[in-house]
Design a protein around this ligand. Structure first.
Ligand SMILES: *Cc1c(COP(=O)(O)O)cnc(C)c1O
Length: 428
């Protein structure tokens, strides 16, 4: 009955002409039509509410339709809607650069705007290649972690190690050499492997998700190990690119995952929570050293890369309003509360027979269930449906159930996420 009503609505109209991302349309269930959102909640066209347990792909951390951000964007829209960012500049972009410098690792000096996560990584990779080219050196190889995810454009996809996305394109990618993520046991072996890699190849960049690999299933690795790898790369002049598109803006407990590192990245990629999910925008920041390699009397040594909507004023207004919230007492207190609740839930599930591992860091919670399942297989679909039936938007990745709630989630809503996870584990 519910289905036949839905068929006359958005889902049916959607089916006619729309092609969704990450979807096999022949077998996928119809998408839910969402008509409204507020705080941690989404409402579908039947009037059902769902807790957005992953902040719509880790973006809407201050809650949907956050009034502070909406009003900042509305004011901006009336003042200056858009202007191209070549030959022009504007107050929101200048202020974003000033405000970000206050919280980015202090070796970061320049802000380059892009329009989404993949293009932030794309620009970062091009920067590293041209950095050497400008100095008369050809470096053609990128080092990246196994199972990393950096986006779906060609450069970003090349650095990504999740073959479920890359299969058909493998023959067309940049040259990338993969190393395992570091843990307590394997660091020495990785450093030895790295020594061989850098001796036998002309490596330009090491691209990594710092400490937490999101799409891989919220997998954590050792900060100490990552620090040692970055140190080694820097010794041989390889530029280190931290993809903080998922980890940035408070999710790991600090503003950036790189804040846990002694050796800071040369380049950082920011998106997703950058604009609180309110606007597609991204940033590739870099150190003075990187910028200086492009600074020249010669025109062609400049970075000739642009996206039409670079530094879009509406996106910049969202960034600025979001930054005001990020460090506010109210949000800090919520982030701390969520982190503590996650820790308790991890302890509670630690000995559950169906749980292989439970872990958390900041507002990121992940539970590996003790079973094999395909990334987009039947069990995964059953779990997804279970969560939606229980009013929670959680999207398991492989055998990992994870939550990354908006900072503004209410206590009872957070508890509902935990309850649904406990229930879901029982149907595995
Ligand atoms: C989402 C994501 C990207 C890609 O960003 P898009 O805006 O989806 O292109 C890149 N890297 C990481 C770590 C991400 O989580």
């Amino acid at each position: 009955m519910a289905d036949s009503i839905a068929l006359e609505k958005l889902s049916k109209r959607d089916k006619k002409h729309l092609w969704h991302p990450l979807t096999q349309h022949k077998t996928a269930a119809l998408p839910k039509g969402i008509v409204k959102a507020k705080g941690a909640l989404l409402w579908d066209e039947e009037g059902e509410a769902y807790i957005d347990g992953i902040a719509s792909w880790y973006s809407t951390v201050y809650g949907h339709c956050n009034e502070h951000i909406v009003s900042a964007m509305t004011a901006q829209m009336k003042q200056l809607d858009f202007v191209m960012f070549s030959g022009f500049t504007h107050e929101p972009a200048v202020r974003v650069s000033e405000e970000l410098m206050k919280i980015l690792p202090n070796n970061q000096a320049k802000i380059f705007f892009n329009d989404n996560g993949s293009t932030a990584v794309e620009a970062a990779i091009k920067m590293t290649l041209q950095y050497y080219y400008n100095q008369g050196e050809k470096r053609d190889t990128i080092i990246a972690f196994e199972d990393g995810f950096h986006g779906d454009t060609f450069g970003a996809m090349s650095a990504s190690g999740l073959s479920v996305y890359n299969g058909p394109f493998e023959d067309f990618l940049l040259k990338v050499i993969r190393i395992p993520t570091p843990n307590e046991e394997n660091l020495d072996a990785i450093l030895t492997q790295l020594q061989t890699i850098v001796t036998e190849n002309r490596c330009a960049a090491f691209v990594f998700e710092p400490i937490v690999q999101g799409a891989a299933g919220m997998k954590f690795h050792s900060a100490k190990g990552l620090d040692a790898i970055i140190k080694k790369c820097k010794e041989v002049g390889i530029l280190c690119v931290a993809d903080e598109i998922m980890t940035g803006f408070g999710k790991t407990g600090k503003n950036f995952a790189s804040d846990y590192l002694v050796n800071k990245p040369d380049i950082m990629c920011l998106s997703k929570a950058l604009t609180a999910g309110m606007f597609p925008l991204s940033i590739t920041s870099c150190s003075q050293k990187v910028f200086d390699a492009f600074y020249s009397e010669e025109l062609t040594k400049g970075f000739f890369h642009a996206h039409t909507f670079s530094a879009h004023p509406l996106g910049c207004a969202a960034v600025l309003a979001g930054l005001e919230l990020l460090g506010s007492d109210g949000i800090l207190e919520r982030r701390k509360y969520i982190a503590e609740q996650h820790q308790q839930f991890v302890l509670k599930l630690g000995n559950h027979p169906k749980v292989k591992e439970a872990r958390s860091m900041g507002v990121i919670l992940a539970i590996d269930v003790r079973t094999e399942m395909d990334r987009y297989g039947k069990l995964r679909d059953r779990l997804y449906t279970y969560f939606m039936d229980h009013g929670v938007n959680l999207r398991p990745l492989g055998n990992t159930i994870y939550a990354l709630p908006p900072y503004v989630i209410e206590d009872a809503q957070l508890q509902q996420i935990y309850d649904s996870i406990e229930g879901a584990i029982e149907i595995v």
